[in-house]
Design a protein around this ligand. Structure first.
Ligand code: ZN
Ligand code: FE
Ligand code: FE
Ligand code: ZN
Length: 271
């Protein structure tokens, strides 16, 4: 019989430095403790010195001055749960060198890779929703997963976050998009990347975790390790719906989870 997960981590917490999240890191820590999490990691939106999407991320100068300083204080507060310092880095074709420069300059525990833009279209933000009506969804999904595969192949990231984020507003292609996801998982396996299982889709119109539960058993068969994230933008979202996340990963046969420290991955048994 399954005894259930005994190690619980939430590796996708934002801070108000990104201009669209609320609360102090200490408030996230308090919530994490209340929810019985063993380890948390902040992964705020990465600054991009060229000014790319400046409205949704911290300035480069704040990375050391504020982000690391505040999170190191939070790490020292208590020690339970353990606090890791990660970053959510956008993959943008053409900005690889800029990203690599920032990522190599700071002692992150892990780097989440994500795709939030197709060209100039920020398909995640409310402002971009109208565009879903104007575009061909077969094309959009094909392009999105091609970008995720391109991101996976850069070697810049440790974890791919919210793998099928393009479904957020519940616009779908006419044809199945499953083969795009399968191909993306195959590339992740080839490049030894960790897969984030993210509960924030349950708070979005799509009402489903990222990636959809049906993709987790393939990920498991391909030997892709996982981590868990809530994508919390406020303290109340820490560990959001983790009962459902845990049920989905156990259903897929996972009994291990990844932890990261200074970009070294450890797999920890879940029970
Ligand atoms: Zn955000
Ligand atoms: Fe994201
Ligand atoms: Fe996020
Ligand atoms: Zn995110």
């Amino acid at each position: 019989m399954r005894r259930g997960l005994t190690i619980l981590v939430d590796y996708h917490l934002h801070t108000k430095l990104c201009k669209h999240a609320q609360g102090e890191p200490g408030d996230y820590l308090v919530m994490a403790k209340q929810k019985g999490l063993d380890e948390i990691g902040f992964a705020d939106h990465m600054p991009v010195p060229t000014g790319y999407d400046a409205a949704h991320r911290m300035e480069i100068g704040d990375l050391e001055k504020v982000y690391f300083t505040e999170l190191r204080k939070t790490q020292k507060k208590d020690g339970n749960p353990t606090v890791r310092i990660g970053i959510e880095a956008d993959f943008v074709p053409g900005l690889e060198d800029v990203l690599a420069g920032v990522l190599s300059g700071f002692p992150f525990d892990y780097v989440l890779g994500s795709v939030h833009f197709i060209g100039d279209w920020g398909f995640v933000s409310r402002k971009g929703v109208g565009e879903y009506h104007r575009r061909n969804m077969d094309e959009v999904f094909r392009e999105y997963f091609a970008l995720v595969r391109e991101a996976a192949r850069t070697g810049l990231f440790d974890v791919m976050a919210h793998l099928d984020l393009i479904k957020k507003y519940a616009y779908f292609p006419d044809k199945t998009y499953d083969p795009w996801v399968w191909r993306t998982l195959e590339v992740m396996a080839e490049y030894d990347l960790c897969l984030e299982v993210n509960s924030s889709g349950l708070r979005a119109p799509v009402g489903e975790i990222y990636p959809g539960p049906r993709f987790l058993s393939l990920a498991r068969r391909l030997g892709i390790p996982i981590t868990l994230g809530s994508d919390a933008h406020r303290p109340g979202e820490v560990g959001w719906a983790f009962d459902r996340l845990v049920a989905a990963v156990e259903e897929a046969g996972y009994d291990k989870i990844c932890l990261f420290h200074k970009r070294k991955r450890m797999e920890v048994s879940l029970h």
